[in-house]
Design a protein around this ligand. Structure first.
Ligand code: ZN
Length: 145
């Protein structure tokens, strides 16, 4: 297994600072126990992702948030919503399904995700606004490795 290079943290966007939002969510929902390298996606059409990188000193969680969320008209609950989703991947890792299948959004994960108090508003907002903001025919929300 090869070791992977951890990208530089890039939490400060034009409008939103991921570190501030991460710290707040971490404190409220995870007893402050999560650790991650945070960055905005390098390109506009980039996806929001969570990756677990293997490094010489252990695993590092990398959370990348789609650049489409870094705008003044994007409400805080929407940025927090997608960040919270990716944080849940740290707290609730993938499970082995039937055969070789890896289940990422398993039942426990889905239940944990709904604990975010503005989960419904976030999903509504995303359905109404995000797809228009980024003209891509792909799922903007999640992609996982
Ligand atoms: Zn996910």
């Amino acid at each position: 297994m090869t070791l992977e290079k951890v990208p530089t943290a890039r939490p400060q966007g034009h409008c939103w600072d991921l570190k501030v939002l991460f710290d707040g969510l971490n404190h409220t929902y995870f007893q402050g126990r999560l650790e991650a390298v945070l960055r905005w996606s390098p390109k506009w059409g980039g996806l929001s992702t969570h990756q677990s990188l293997r490094t010489p000193t252990g695993h590092v969680h990398l959370i990348t948030i789609a650049r489409a969320y870094d705008a003044a008209e994007v409400p805080q609950f929407a940025v927090e919503g997608v960040l919270f989703h990716e944080m849940c991947h740290i707290a609730h890792p993938p499970r082995q399904g039937g055969g070789a299948k890896r289940v990422i959004h398993h039942k426990e994960f889905r239940e944990a995700e709904r604990k975010y108090v503005q989960w419904t508003q976030w999903r509504d907002w995303e359905r109404k606004h995000l797809r228009r903001r980024v003209k891509l025919g792909q799922n903007l929300l999640t992609s996982h490795k």
